[in-house]
Design a protein. Structure first.
Length: 83
């Protein structure tokens, strides 16, 4: 359960969390990783875009949805042996 919102203005936490998420994701050969997957209770995730660039999203919100569907393989770093 994620209950804490990370204050993006917190200069001490955001850069460290950014680096930690990306390092864990790349090390485990993932394409995305949420902070709560590695025991950090903040609303932050990292993800690979365009198969090369990595971004981190802090306090994300869904602001739009679509009926379009895309089919692709999916895995999860929380269950590494299942994919």
């Amino acid at each position: 359960v994620v209950s804490d919102t990370l204050d993006i203005q917190d200069k001490l936490k955001a850069p460290d969390l950014y680096e930690m998420l990306i390092q864990h994701m790349v090390y485990h050969e993932g394409i995305g990783l949420s902070a709560n997957q590695i025991g950090i209770p903040f609303k932050v995730f990292s993800m690979m875009v365009n198969n090369k660039d990595v971004i981190c999203c802090f306090n994300p919100k869904i602001i739009k949805e679509s009926d379009e569907q895309v089919i692709f393989s999916e895995g999860c770093l929380s269950f590494p042996q299942l994919f």
